[in-house]
Design a protein around this ligand. Structure first.
Ligand code: HEC
Length: 150
């Protein structure tokens, strides 16, 4: 716990005073954001699929998914193509060259995530399953176009 607190203080309180954010910070931020969004979706999927005894958490997870999906677009706003040493899988500068298309895909993800939040808020399992499927239909298409995973 003490180690964790030290890491937390080091990460979140001290660092910002040391240097201005650069491309590596941008890349880390957007990976954390999209990864968090993905994990929220996966947590809901696990509960649904495994019939886990975590159904009371679905409403909170639905909200978390909706919020993280809504915030994901802006996490990609800054063009880092060719900059920084942090590992990234974005395909060149395609996202920023085709921002209107990328932006539209992210807006759809956010809308679909809202549908999950609505379904979980009503405790409607069938609707949650359907809405989650729709959320996952966004991932592959965007990754195929905008990611370069080697
Ligand atoms: C509109 C485009 C788009 C959508 C929709 C999208 N992603 Fe991504 N995702 C990306 C891009 C681009 C990256 C690469 C980020 C980087 O490496 O800097 C990424 C990275 C990731 C990563 C890796 C994060 C890391 O730590 O490196 C995961 C996991 C992920 N996405 C999961 C998902 C899942 C699951 C969904 C659907 C629920 C999804 N993504 C929807 C564009 C998208």
């Amino acid at each position: 716990m003490r180690k964790f607190m030290a890491a937390l203080i080091g990460c979140c309180v001290l660092l910002p005073t040391l240097a201005q954010a650069g491309p590596n910070d941008e890349i880390k931020y957007r990976k954390a954001m999209i990864g968090g969004m993905a994990r929220n979706a996966m947590s809901i999927g696990s509960i649904m699929k495994g019939d886990l005894d975590h159904k009371t958490e679905l409403k909170g997870l639905g909200e978390a998914l909706a919020i993280s999906a809504r915030l994901s677009k802006d996490a990609f706003r800054v063009n880092t193509a060719g900059k920084g040493s942090e590992r990234t899988t974005v395909k060149g500068d395609l996202i920023w060259k085709q921002w209107p298309d990328f932006s539209k895909r992210m807006d759809k993800l956010a809308l679909d995530a809202n549908a999950v939040a609505l379904a979980t808020s009503k405790n409607d399992m069938a609707a949650t399953g359907d809405a989650l499927k729709t959320v996952f239909s966004n991932c592959k298409g965007c990754h195929e176009t905008y990611r370069d995973e080697k």
